[in-house]
Ligand binder design. Sequence first.
Ligand code: AMP
Ligand code: MN
Ligand code: MN
Ligand code: MN
Length: 276
Amino acid sequence: MSLRYDLHCHSLISDGFLSPEALVARAVEKGVDVLALTDHDCTAGLGRARAAAGEGLRLVNGVEISARWAERELHIVGLGIDPEQADLAQGLAAQRGRRRERAEEMGRRLLKLGVADAYEGVVAYGAESLGRGHFVQFLVAQGHAKDNAQVFKRFIGKGCTGYVPGQWMSLEQAVSLIRGAGGLPVLAHPGRYKFSNGKLKALIGEFAELGGAGVELAYPNQQAGEAERLGRVCQELKLAGSAGSDFHGPMPWTELGRVRPLPAGVEPVWERLNGR
Ligand code: AMP
Ligand code: MN
Ligand code: MN
Ligand code: MN
């Protein structure tokens, strides 16, 4: 019998809604056999998730690193990392520090838009890694907007007064930190960057040269045909394919373990995990 893999999800250590324990319990309930917890720039939930997993499922140590490439923002998932590895731990801590500074600046900008105490509000959620998702929670809770889309459109998306660009590490550094910690770097949700096909191919080529191991070929709200097209690119470049729900909490468009199969002929990244 084949195993059910979900190699991308979040807990409230970053911008997810469930504790690591509740996330693992839900994954077991949904029939997940192998789960990677991949909080944004943070590995603090992994110990709790592993303790909760027990014999119920196999937990893969993961992280989702925000990185810059060609003046754009990318997400690189690291699978099978050693969270104690010093360079990785330091790199992630620095990035979380910059997330905090960005959140403070966002708080100051939001005040100009008539929103008081946003920074204090998002800090009160208690996450280790502060993200824009926390501002969404706060602004919706305070009645300033009705949902995620409205918060990005009116307050914190590109072009809004409350938009503060993230100060992320380079793609090269993200790949090298993941490799240095024994992990496999995976390009997350490639279709979400809105690159042209040519630019995406260039990115994947460069990612492979830098030491990338795989590309997510199955994730929510993916365009039809993308998995097959990028699957061929992966085969040419000897990259593996990954699959993840990017679950943050119960939402209509995603669920733990709900991932499509990889396109035929693509090597699954889990075959490279080798006990990681
Ligand atoms: P951060 O890493 O803190 O910058 O937050 C990025 C997260 O915000 C992404 O993972 C998305 O889930 C969400 N996000 C980014 N841009 C948008 C957008 N335009 N509309 C809705 N959600 C977005
Ligand atoms: Mn997120
Ligand atoms: Mn992401
Ligand atoms: Mn994610």
